[in-house]
Design a protein around this ligand. Structure first.
Ligand code: BES
Ligand code: MN
Length: 454
Protein backbone atom coordinates (compact mmCIF):
# COMPACT_ATOMS: atom_id res chain seq x y z
CA UNK A 1 0.00 0.00 0.00
CA UNK A 2 2.93 2.35 0.68
CA UNK A 3 3.94 2.36 -2.98
CA UNK A 4 0.34 3.10 -3.97
CA UNK A 5 0.31 6.14 -1.70
CA UNK A 6 3.75 7.16 -2.98
CA UNK A 7 2.53 6.90 -6.59
CA UNK A 8 -0.37 9.23 -5.77
CA UNK A 9 2.05 11.76 -4.27
CA UNK A 10 4.58 11.44 -7.10
CA UNK A 11 1.92 11.87 -9.77
CA UNK A 12 0.05 14.73 -8.13
CA UNK A 13 0.86 17.32 -10.81
CA UNK A 14 -0.04 15.04 -13.71
CA UNK A 15 -3.27 14.01 -12.00
CA UNK A 16 -4.23 17.66 -11.65
CA UNK A 17 -3.38 18.32 -15.32
CA UNK A 18 -5.60 15.41 -16.35
CA UNK A 19 -8.39 16.66 -14.12
CA UNK A 20 -8.12 20.00 -15.90
CA UNK A 21 -8.51 18.25 -19.27
CA UNK A 22 -11.59 16.46 -17.93
CA UNK A 23 -13.06 19.75 -16.70
CA UNK A 24 -12.34 21.58 -19.98
CA UNK A 25 -15.03 19.53 -21.71
CA UNK A 26 -18.30 21.49 -21.23
CA UNK A 27 -20.50 18.45 -20.59
CA UNK A 28 -23.69 20.29 -19.62
CA UNK A 29 -26.39 17.63 -19.72
CA UNK A 30 -29.46 19.83 -19.87
CA UNK A 31 -28.48 21.74 -23.05
CA UNK A 32 -29.01 20.17 -26.48
CA UNK A 33 -26.20 22.31 -27.89
CA UNK A 34 -23.70 20.44 -25.70
CA UNK A 35 -24.48 16.91 -26.86
CA UNK A 36 -21.16 16.67 -28.76
CA UNK A 37 -19.34 17.65 -25.55
CA UNK A 38 -21.24 15.02 -23.61
CA UNK A 39 -20.05 12.42 -26.14
CA UNK A 40 -16.50 13.71 -25.94
CA UNK A 41 -16.59 13.61 -22.16
CA UNK A 42 -17.86 10.02 -22.03
CA UNK A 43 -14.91 9.11 -24.26
CA UNK A 44 -12.51 10.97 -21.98
CA UNK A 45 -13.75 9.00 -18.98
CA UNK A 46 -13.56 5.70 -20.85
CA UNK A 47 -10.01 6.41 -22.06
CA UNK A 48 -8.90 7.43 -18.60
CA UNK A 49 -10.31 4.25 -17.09
CA UNK A 50 -8.53 2.24 -19.80
CA UNK A 51 -5.24 3.98 -19.11
CA UNK A 52 -5.72 3.34 -15.41
CA UNK A 53 -5.72 -0.38 -16.22
CA UNK A 54 -9.45 -1.07 -15.92
CA UNK A 55 -10.88 -3.88 -18.08
CA UNK A 56 -14.00 -4.23 -20.25
CA UNK A 57 -14.30 -0.46 -20.57
CA UNK A 58 -17.48 0.36 -22.46
CA UNK A 59 -19.38 3.43 -23.53
CA UNK A 60 -23.00 2.37 -23.32
CA UNK A 61 -25.51 4.37 -25.34
CA UNK A 62 -28.91 5.13 -23.77
CA UNK A 63 -31.99 7.00 -24.96
CA UNK A 64 -30.20 10.03 -23.54
CA UNK A 65 -26.54 10.53 -22.70
CA UNK A 66 -24.14 7.55 -22.63
CA UNK A 67 -22.99 5.64 -19.57
CA UNK A 68 -19.39 4.61 -19.04
CA UNK A 69 -18.76 1.18 -17.54
CA UNK A 70 -15.51 -0.53 -16.57
CA UNK A 71 -14.46 -3.36 -14.30
CA UNK A 72 -11.49 -5.10 -12.75
CA UNK A 73 -12.53 -8.48 -11.43
CA UNK A 74 -9.16 -10.01 -10.68
CA UNK A 75 -9.75 -10.72 -7.00
CA UNK A 76 -11.98 -13.80 -6.83
CA UNK A 77 -13.44 -14.41 -3.39
CA UNK A 78 -13.04 -10.75 -2.47
CA UNK A 79 -15.90 -8.25 -2.29
CA UNK A 80 -16.90 -6.08 -5.24
CA UNK A 81 -17.26 -2.31 -5.02
CA UNK A 82 -19.29 -0.39 -7.59
CA UNK A 83 -18.01 3.18 -7.92
CA UNK A 84 -20.68 5.57 -9.20
CA UNK A 85 -20.19 9.15 -10.36
CA UNK A 86 -21.38 11.56 -13.04
CA UNK A 87 -19.47 13.34 -15.78
CA UNK A 88 -22.28 15.76 -16.62
CA UNK A 89 -22.35 19.23 -15.12
CA UNK A 90 -24.80 22.07 -14.49
CA UNK A 91 -25.14 25.10 -16.79
CA UNK A 92 -22.80 28.02 -16.10
CA UNK A 93 -25.19 30.95 -15.97
CA UNK A 94 -24.95 33.70 -14.86
CA UNK A 95 -21.65 33.50 -16.75
CA UNK A 96 -20.69 37.14 -16.12
CA UNK A 97 -20.24 36.39 -12.43
CA UNK A 98 -17.38 33.94 -13.01
CA UNK A 99 -13.88 35.18 -12.19
CA UNK A 100 -12.41 32.82 -14.78
CA UNK A 101 -14.20 31.28 -17.76
CA UNK A 102 -16.12 28.29 -16.32
CA UNK A 103 -14.43 25.68 -18.52
CA UNK A 104 -10.91 27.08 -18.27
CA UNK A 105 -9.80 25.69 -14.91
CA UNK A 106 -7.49 27.85 -12.82
CA UNK A 107 -5.50 26.79 -9.75
CA UNK A 108 -5.60 29.43 -7.05
CA UNK A 109 -5.32 29.31 -3.23
CA UNK A 110 -4.94 25.53 -3.31
CA UNK A 111 -8.21 25.09 -5.17
CA UNK A 112 -9.21 24.29 -8.72
CA UNK A 113 -11.81 26.73 -10.04
CA UNK A 114 -14.22 25.66 -12.81
CA UNK A 115 -17.66 24.17 -13.45
CA UNK A 116 -17.58 20.50 -12.44
CA UNK A 117 -14.46 20.88 -10.28
CA UNK A 118 -16.35 19.53 -7.27
CA UNK A 119 -19.69 18.35 -8.75
CA UNK A 120 -18.73 15.81 -9.87
CA UNK A 121 -15.58 15.55 -11.99
CA UNK A 122 -13.07 16.25 -9.22
CA UNK A 123 -14.86 13.83 -6.92
CA UNK A 124 -15.23 10.88 -9.29
CA UNK A 125 -11.70 11.37 -10.63
CA UNK A 126 -10.48 10.59 -7.09
CA UNK A 127 -11.48 6.96 -7.47
CA UNK A 128 -10.29 6.58 -11.05
CA UNK A 129 -6.90 7.86 -9.96
CA UNK A 130 -6.65 5.75 -6.80
CA UNK A 131 -7.34 2.67 -8.92
CA UNK A 132 -4.70 3.81 -11.41
CA UNK A 133 -2.18 4.12 -8.58
CA UNK A 134 -2.86 0.53 -7.51
CA UNK A 135 -2.78 -1.00 -10.95
CA UNK A 136 0.36 0.86 -12.06
CA UNK A 137 2.33 -0.08 -8.96
CA UNK A 138 1.11 -3.46 -7.73
CA UNK A 139 -0.66 -4.62 -10.90
CA UNK A 140 -3.75 -5.48 -8.89
CA UNK A 141 -6.51 -4.24 -6.60
CA UNK A 142 -7.23 -5.68 -3.14
CA UNK A 143 -10.84 -6.34 -4.22
CA UNK A 144 -13.01 -6.22 -7.35
CA UNK A 145 -14.01 -2.84 -8.67
CA UNK A 146 -16.66 -1.76 -11.16
CA UNK A 147 -17.14 1.80 -12.38
CA UNK A 148 -20.37 3.33 -13.59
CA UNK A 149 -20.05 6.99 -14.55
CA UNK A 150 -23.18 8.54 -16.03
CA UNK A 151 -24.04 11.69 -17.98
CA UNK A 152 -27.53 12.50 -16.72
CA UNK A 153 -27.31 12.94 -12.96
CA UNK A 154 -28.04 16.64 -13.13
CA UNK A 155 -31.22 15.95 -15.10
CA UNK A 156 -32.64 13.13 -13.01
CA UNK A 157 -30.82 9.90 -14.07
CA UNK A 158 -33.89 8.46 -15.79
CA UNK A 159 -32.00 6.42 -18.38
CA UNK A 160 -29.65 5.02 -15.78
CA UNK A 161 -32.68 3.94 -13.79
CA UNK A 162 -33.87 1.85 -16.76
CA UNK A 163 -30.39 0.47 -17.36
CA UNK A 164 -30.08 -0.53 -13.73
CA UNK A 165 -33.33 -2.49 -13.81
CA UNK A 166 -32.14 -4.49 -16.83
CA UNK A 167 -28.51 -4.99 -15.77
CA UNK A 168 -28.60 -6.08 -12.16
CA UNK A 169 -26.18 -8.92 -12.88
CA UNK A 170 -23.61 -6.71 -14.55
CA UNK A 171 -23.75 -4.26 -11.66
CA UNK A 172 -23.91 -6.84 -8.87
CA UNK A 173 -21.73 -5.70 -5.97
CA UNK A 174 -21.24 -5.73 -2.21
CA UNK A 175 -21.29 -1.98 -1.84
CA UNK A 176 -21.72 1.14 -3.94
CA UNK A 177 -19.15 3.88 -3.38
CA UNK A 178 -20.11 7.46 -4.25
CA UNK A 179 -18.23 10.71 -3.76
CA UNK A 180 -20.78 13.37 -4.72
CA UNK A 181 -21.67 14.97 -1.39
CA UNK A 182 -20.13 17.46 1.03
CA UNK A 183 -18.05 17.18 4.16
CA UNK A 184 -19.54 18.49 7.37
CA UNK A 185 -16.79 21.11 7.62
CA UNK A 186 -13.29 21.63 6.21
CA UNK A 187 -10.91 18.94 7.46
CA UNK A 188 -13.68 16.87 9.07
CA UNK A 189 -13.94 13.39 7.52
CA UNK A 190 -17.60 12.77 6.79
CA UNK A 191 -19.85 9.92 5.79
CA UNK A 192 -23.33 10.92 4.66
CA UNK A 193 -26.09 8.54 5.60
CA UNK A 194 -29.02 10.29 4.00
CA UNK A 195 -30.09 12.28 0.96
CA UNK A 196 -33.22 14.27 0.38
CA UNK A 197 -35.54 13.38 -2.45
CA UNK A 198 -36.83 15.81 -5.02
CA UNK A 199 -40.01 16.80 -6.78
CA UNK A 200 -39.33 19.41 -9.46
CA UNK A 201 -42.32 21.21 -10.95
CA UNK A 202 -42.98 23.98 -13.41
CA UNK A 203 -46.01 26.27 -13.34
CA UNK A 204 -47.04 28.26 -16.38
CA UNK A 205 -49.71 30.87 -15.97
CA UNK A 206 -51.54 32.49 -18.89
CA UNK A 207 -53.76 35.53 -18.62
CA UNK A 208 -54.81 37.47 -21.73
CA UNK A 209 -54.00 35.90 -25.11
CA UNK A 210 -51.38 38.59 -25.87
CA UNK A 211 -49.24 41.18 -24.09
CA UNK A 212 -51.24 44.31 -23.24
CA UNK A 213 -50.56 47.94 -22.40
CA UNK A 214 -50.50 47.99 -18.60
CA UNK A 215 -52.06 51.44 -18.57
CA UNK A 216 -54.98 50.58 -20.76
CA UNK A 217 -55.75 47.21 -19.18
CA UNK A 218 -54.14 47.19 -15.72
CA UNK A 219 -56.93 47.07 -13.16
CA UNK A 220 -59.20 45.18 -15.50
CA UNK A 221 -57.40 42.13 -16.69
CA UNK A 222 -55.51 39.78 -14.35
CA UNK A 223 -51.74 40.07 -14.53
CA UNK A 224 -50.25 36.55 -14.68
CA UNK A 225 -47.10 37.61 -12.83
CA UNK A 226 -49.13 39.07 -9.97
CA UNK A 227 -51.30 35.95 -9.83
CA UNK A 228 -48.33 33.60 -9.98
CA UNK A 229 -46.63 35.50 -7.15
CA UNK A 230 -49.80 35.17 -5.05
CA UNK A 231 -49.90 31.42 -5.70
CA UNK A 232 -46.25 30.97 -4.76
CA UNK A 233 -46.66 33.01 -1.61
CA UNK A 234 -49.49 30.74 -0.48
CA UNK A 235 -47.38 27.58 -0.66
CA UNK A 236 -45.78 28.29 2.72
CA UNK A 237 -47.22 29.88 5.84
CA UNK A 238 -45.57 32.24 8.32
CA UNK A 239 -44.25 29.29 10.36
CA UNK A 240 -42.35 28.06 7.33
CA UNK A 241 -44.69 25.08 6.95
CA UNK A 242 -45.63 23.95 3.48
CA UNK A 243 -49.37 24.40 3.06
CA UNK A 244 -50.05 21.76 0.38
CA UNK A 245 -52.70 19.49 1.95
CA UNK A 246 -51.21 16.08 2.74
CA UNK A 247 -47.64 17.22 2.13
CA UNK A 248 -46.36 16.05 5.54
CA UNK A 249 -48.50 12.90 5.72
CA UNK A 250 -45.67 10.45 4.94
CA UNK A 251 -42.85 12.35 6.63
CA UNK A 252 -41.06 10.25 9.21
CA UNK A 253 -40.46 12.39 12.28
CA UNK A 254 -36.90 12.96 13.42
CA UNK A 255 -36.38 10.62 16.37
CA UNK A 256 -35.09 11.93 19.71
CA UNK A 257 -31.83 10.04 19.07
CA UNK A 258 -31.43 11.67 15.69
CA UNK A 259 -32.17 15.10 17.09
CA UNK A 260 -29.59 14.52 19.80
CA UNK A 261 -27.05 13.54 17.15
CA UNK A 262 -27.83 16.67 15.16
CA UNK A 263 -27.24 18.70 18.31
CA UNK A 264 -23.87 17.07 18.93
CA UNK A 265 -22.61 18.40 15.60
CA UNK A 266 -22.75 21.93 17.03
CA UNK A 267 -23.65 23.60 13.79
CA UNK A 268 -22.92 27.32 13.77
CA UNK A 269 -25.76 29.49 12.47
CA UNK A 270 -23.48 32.49 12.83
CA UNK A 271 -20.82 31.05 10.54
CA UNK A 272 -23.48 30.25 7.94
CA UNK A 273 -24.86 33.80 8.02
CA UNK A 274 -21.36 35.21 7.75
CA UNK A 275 -20.34 32.95 4.86
CA UNK A 276 -23.30 33.91 2.71
CA UNK A 277 -23.77 37.46 3.90
CA UNK A 278 -27.26 37.17 5.29
CA UNK A 279 -28.56 38.87 8.43
CA UNK A 280 -30.99 36.19 9.50
CA UNK A 281 -31.80 32.56 8.83
CA UNK A 282 -35.30 31.29 8.21
CA UNK A 283 -37.29 28.12 7.78
CA UNK A 284 -39.70 25.75 9.43
CA UNK A 285 -40.50 26.64 13.01
CA UNK A 286 -39.41 24.19 15.69
CA UNK A 287 -36.32 22.81 13.96
CA UNK A 288 -32.64 23.73 14.05
CA UNK A 289 -30.89 25.01 10.93
CA UNK A 290 -29.12 21.74 10.30
CA UNK A 291 -32.36 19.80 10.74
CA UNK A 292 -34.16 22.14 8.34
CA UNK A 293 -31.40 21.88 5.76
CA UNK A 294 -31.15 18.10 5.71
CA UNK A 295 -33.76 16.32 7.78
CA UNK A 296 -36.96 18.20 6.89
CA UNK A 297 -38.74 18.77 3.57
CA UNK A 298 -38.65 22.18 1.88
CA UNK A 299 -40.09 24.14 -1.03
CA UNK A 300 -38.13 26.62 -3.12
CA UNK A 301 -38.71 28.62 -6.25
CA UNK A 302 -35.70 27.98 -8.53
CA UNK A 303 -36.54 30.36 -11.33
CA UNK A 304 -39.25 32.75 -12.33
CA UNK A 305 -39.82 34.49 -15.64
CA UNK A 306 -42.35 36.76 -17.21
CA UNK A 307 -42.86 40.18 -18.67
CA UNK A 308 -40.19 42.69 -19.51
CA UNK A 309 -36.76 41.65 -18.22
CA UNK A 310 -34.43 43.75 -20.39
CA UNK A 311 -32.73 46.94 -19.25
CA UNK A 312 -34.93 49.95 -18.64
CA UNK A 313 -38.68 50.16 -18.33
CA UNK A 314 -41.45 48.97 -20.59
CA UNK A 315 -45.02 49.20 -19.45
CA UNK A 316 -46.65 45.91 -20.19
CA UNK A 317 -49.21 43.54 -18.76
CA UNK A 318 -47.78 40.25 -19.98
CA UNK A 319 -49.70 37.33 -21.30
CA UNK A 320 -47.66 34.67 -19.55
CA UNK A 321 -45.48 33.99 -16.52
CA UNK A 322 -43.83 30.85 -15.25
CA UNK A 323 -41.93 29.49 -12.30
CA UNK A 324 -39.85 26.44 -11.54
CA UNK A 325 -40.43 25.05 -8.07
CA UNK A 326 -38.57 22.28 -6.30
CA UNK A 327 -39.51 20.42 -3.18
CA UNK A 328 -36.85 18.52 -1.25
CA UNK A 329 -38.31 15.42 0.31
CA UNK A 330 -37.50 13.17 3.24
CA UNK A 331 -38.47 9.54 3.95
CA UNK A 332 -41.17 8.31 3.34
CA UNK A 333 -42.40 10.99 0.95
CA UNK A 334 -42.99 9.80 -2.61
CA UNK A 335 -42.18 12.30 -5.39
CA UNK A 336 -45.12 11.15 -7.54
CA UNK A 337 -47.60 11.58 -4.69
CA UNK A 338 -46.16 15.01 -3.86
CA UNK A 339 -46.37 15.97 -7.53
CA UNK A 340 -50.10 15.15 -7.55
CA UNK A 341 -50.78 16.99 -4.30
CA UNK A 342 -48.85 20.02 -5.56
CA UNK A 343 -50.75 20.07 -8.87
CA UNK A 344 -54.13 19.79 -7.19
CA UNK A 345 -53.38 22.51 -4.65
CA UNK A 346 -51.86 24.99 -7.12
CA UNK A 347 -54.86 24.57 -9.41
CA UNK A 348 -57.18 25.19 -6.48
CA UNK A 349 -55.33 28.42 -5.67
CA UNK A 350 -55.62 29.84 -9.19
CA UNK A 351 -58.42 32.33 -9.91
CA UNK A 352 -60.61 31.86 -12.99
CA UNK A 353 -58.95 34.87 -14.62
CA UNK A 354 -55.84 32.83 -15.48
CA UNK A 355 -55.07 29.46 -16.99
CA UNK A 356 -52.57 27.28 -15.15
CA UNK A 357 -50.49 24.53 -16.66
CA UNK A 358 -48.34 22.38 -14.43
CA UNK A 359 -45.52 20.09 -15.49
CA UNK A 360 -43.60 17.54 -13.46
CA UNK A 361 -39.99 17.91 -14.67
CA UNK A 362 -38.35 15.17 -12.61
CA UNK A 363 -38.12 13.63 -9.21
CA UNK A 364 -36.26 11.29 -6.94
CA UNK A 365 -36.86 9.39 -3.73
CA UNK A 366 -35.29 10.37 -0.40
CA UNK A 367 -33.21 7.89 1.58
CA UNK A 368 -31.79 7.41 5.04
CA UNK A 369 -29.36 4.54 5.40
CA UNK A 370 -28.42 2.28 8.25
CA UNK A 371 -25.03 3.04 9.77
CA UNK A 372 -24.83 -0.51 10.91
CA UNK A 373 -23.00 -1.97 7.94
CA UNK A 374 -19.55 -3.35 7.13
CA UNK A 375 -19.09 -1.02 4.18
CA UNK A 376 -19.99 2.06 6.24
CA UNK A 377 -17.63 1.01 9.02
CA UNK A 378 -14.81 0.48 6.52
CA UNK A 379 -15.51 3.85 4.90
CA UNK A 380 -15.61 5.59 8.25
CA UNK A 381 -12.22 4.12 9.18
CA UNK A 382 -10.77 5.01 5.79
CA UNK A 383 -11.67 8.71 5.81
CA UNK A 384 -10.67 9.03 9.44
CA UNK A 385 -7.24 7.60 8.64
CA UNK A 386 -6.78 9.88 5.63
CA UNK A 387 -7.84 13.09 7.40
CA UNK A 388 -6.45 12.20 10.84
CA UNK A 389 -9.69 13.01 12.68
CA UNK A 390 -12.77 11.26 13.96
CA UNK A 391 -15.44 10.67 11.31
CA UNK A 392 -18.70 12.58 11.49
CA UNK A 393 -22.00 11.18 10.15
CA UNK A 394 -24.45 13.58 8.55
CA UNK A 395 -27.51 13.69 6.33
CA UNK A 396 -27.10 15.60 3.08
CA UNK A 397 -29.69 18.16 2.03
CA UNK A 398 -29.09 17.62 -1.69
CA UNK A 399 -30.29 14.73 -3.82
CA UNK A 400 -28.75 11.93 -5.87
CA UNK A 401 -31.87 10.21 -7.16
CA UNK A 402 -30.18 7.03 -8.35
CA UNK A 403 -28.98 6.11 -4.85
CA UNK A 404 -32.38 4.74 -3.86
CA UNK A 405 -32.40 2.57 -6.99
CA UNK A 406 -28.94 1.24 -6.17
CA UNK A 407 -30.03 0.34 -2.67
CA UNK A 408 -33.28 -1.31 -3.89
CA UNK A 409 -32.23 -2.94 -7.15
CA UNK A 410 -28.76 -4.09 -6.17
CA UNK A 411 -29.60 -4.69 -2.55
CA UNK A 412 -26.20 -3.29 -1.64
CA UNK A 413 -25.25 -0.69 0.97
CA UNK A 414 -24.37 2.71 -0.47
CA UNK A 415 -21.40 4.59 0.93
CA UNK A 416 -21.56 8.37 0.49
CA UNK A 417 -17.97 9.45 0.99
CA UNK A 418 -18.12 13.13 0.10
CA UNK A 419 -15.10 15.40 -0.32
CA UNK A 420 -16.85 18.60 -1.38
CA UNK A 421 -17.34 21.58 0.91
CA UNK A 422 -20.55 23.50 1.53
CA UNK A 423 -18.71 26.59 0.23
CA UNK A 424 -17.54 25.06 -3.07
CA UNK A 425 -20.24 26.93 -5.03
CA UNK A 426 -21.66 23.89 -6.77
CA UNK A 427 -24.41 24.85 -9.28
CA UNK A 428 -23.25 28.45 -8.88
CA UNK A 429 -20.59 30.72 -10.43
CA UNK A 430 -17.00 30.13 -9.28
CA UNK A 431 -17.39 26.48 -8.40
CA UNK A 432 -14.17 25.09 -6.98
CA UNK A 433 -12.67 22.03 -5.34
CA UNK A 434 -10.03 21.99 -2.67
CA UNK A 435 -6.93 20.15 -3.94
CA UNK A 436 -6.17 18.97 -0.41
CA UNK A 437 -9.50 17.15 -0.47
CA UNK A 438 -8.64 15.75 -3.89
CA UNK A 439 -5.43 14.27 -2.44
CA UNK A 440 -6.89 13.08 0.85
CA UNK A 441 -9.82 11.74 -1.13
CA UNK A 442 -7.48 9.49 -3.10
CA UNK A 443 -5.92 8.26 0.14
CA UNK A 444 -9.40 7.64 1.56
CA UNK A 445 -10.27 5.66 -1.56
CA UNK A 446 -7.14 3.50 -1.21
CA UNK A 447 -7.75 2.94 2.51
CA UNK A 448 -11.38 2.04 1.83
CA UNK A 449 -10.47 -0.58 -0.77
CA UNK A 450 -7.90 -1.98 1.64
CA UNK A 451 -10.25 -2.01 4.64
CA UNK A 452 -13.30 -3.36 2.81
CA UNK A 453 -11.27 -6.17 1.23
CA UNK A 454 -10.53 -7.66 4.65
N1 BES B 1 -23.66 16.48 -6.03
C1 BES B 1 -25.02 16.85 -6.02
C2 BES B 1 -25.75 16.38 -4.78
C3 BES B 1 -25.43 17.29 -3.62
C4 BES B 1 -26.09 18.49 -3.50
C5 BES B 1 -24.43 17.00 -2.76
C6 BES B 1 -25.77 19.36 -2.48
C7 BES B 1 -24.09 17.88 -1.75
C8 BES B 1 -24.76 19.05 -1.61
C9 BES B 1 -25.70 16.32 -7.26
O1 BES B 1 -24.91 16.41 -8.40
C10 BES B 1 -26.90 17.17 -7.51
O2 BES B 1 -26.76 18.35 -7.73
N2 BES B 1 -28.08 16.60 -7.51
C11 BES B 1 -29.26 17.27 -7.91
C12 BES B 1 -30.23 16.23 -8.30
C13 BES B 1 -31.32 16.66 -9.20
C14 BES B 1 -30.88 17.48 -10.36
C15 BES B 1 -32.14 15.49 -9.65
C16 BES B 1 -29.78 18.15 -6.79
O3 BES B 1 -29.64 17.82 -5.60
O4 BES B 1 -30.32 19.21 -7.10
MN1 MN C 1 -25.03 18.61 -9.00
Amino acid sequence: MEQVVKYIKDNRERYIEELKDYIRIPSISTLKSNIPDIKKCSKFVADNLKNAGMKKVKIIPTAGHPLVYAEWMGAPGKPTVLVYGHYDVQPVDPVELWKNPPFEPVIKSGKIWARGADDNKGQNFIHIKSVEAYLKTTGKLPLNVKFLIEGEEEIGSENLELFLKKNKKLLKCDSVLISDTSMYAPGIPTINYGLRGLCYMEIEVTGPDRDLHSGSFGGGIANPINELAKIISKLQNSDGKITIPGFYKDVIKLSPIERANYKKLKYSDKALMKEFNVKELQGEKGYTTLERMSGRPTLDCNGIVGGFIEEGAKTVLPSKASAKISMRLVPDQDPKTISKLFTKYVKSLAPKSIKVEIKDLHGGFPIVMSLDDKAITAASKAVSKAFGKKTVFTREGGSIPIVVDFAKQLNAPVVLMGFGLETDNIHSPNEHFNLKNFELGMLSSVYFFEEFSK
